[in-house]
Design a protein around this ligand. Structure first.
Ligand SMILES: [Zn+2]
Length: 97
């Protein structure tokens, strides 16, 4: 049974082969059909098909957990302010003779 590896943005992975700069560690910067990786030492970016990445993957150095995102909560204030549409025009009755 094949193991399904889940990647998340911000994960740091270790690959079996080092980048020419000498670093084994890459950060996941893009998810999709291809996984975008950024070298942790020289900031070089590559795109690898998921299957290729899974083959080269040695392990996770750091997993981007939900607790990492917890700090960035933006609350939208729920204002129940409806514009007043009540149009109170003073009625001026024109009296014509
Ligand atoms: Zn590198």
């Amino acid at each position: 049974m094949p193991a399904i590896v889940e990647f998340h943005l911000g994960d740091v992975v270790r690959l079996r082969k080092p980048h020419p700069c000498g670093s084994y560690e890459w950060r996941v910067v893009r998810l999709g059909a291809d996984i975008g990786l950024q070298c942790q030492r020289c900031d070089h970016r590559i795109l690898l098909p998921r299957s290729t990445l899974e083959r080269r993957l040695k392990g996770f150095v750091q997993k981007a957990g939900p607790e990492q995102v917890a700090g960035a909560e933006d609350k939208i204030p729920t204002k129940d302010e409806r514009p007043k549409t009540k149009d109170e025009r003073p009625r001026t009755k024109k009296t014509t003779d």
